[in-house]
Design a protein around this ligand. Structure first.
Ligand SMILES: [Zn+2]
Length: 90
């Protein structure tokens, strides 16, 4: 089964009004469509602290985390435990 996708209501409404300006039923359906309980994904990255190993700072919330060394490599979480940001920012 395909992963669910969500559409931003105001964006769809703008599109509807631009391409179907006379179609009021469609615009009304967009306005009245039910909402889903979706949380926006924040993207961030770990910023290493120059003289404070083994600590890194979340680029989204600025809070520090301590990371671990596993098999001689720095082990980072994929998400910030403080703000929930996904660590995939390039
Ligand atoms: Zn954070």
């Amino acid at each position: 089964m395909a992963e669910k996708e969500y559409i931003e209501r105001n964006g769809l409404l703008e599109w509807t009004r631009e391409f179907y300006p006379e179609e009021k039923v469609f615009a009304s359906a967009v306005i009245n469509a039910p909402t889903a309980d979706v949380q926006e994904v924040r993207h961030a990255e770990w910023v290493l602290q120059e003289n404070k190993h083994p600590e890194a700072v979340c680029s989204n919330c600025g809070r520090e985390v301590v990371y671990q060394i596993v098999n001689n490599r720095w082990e980072f979480e994929n998400y910030c435990p403080h703000c929930g940001a996904k660590m995939d920012k390039e």
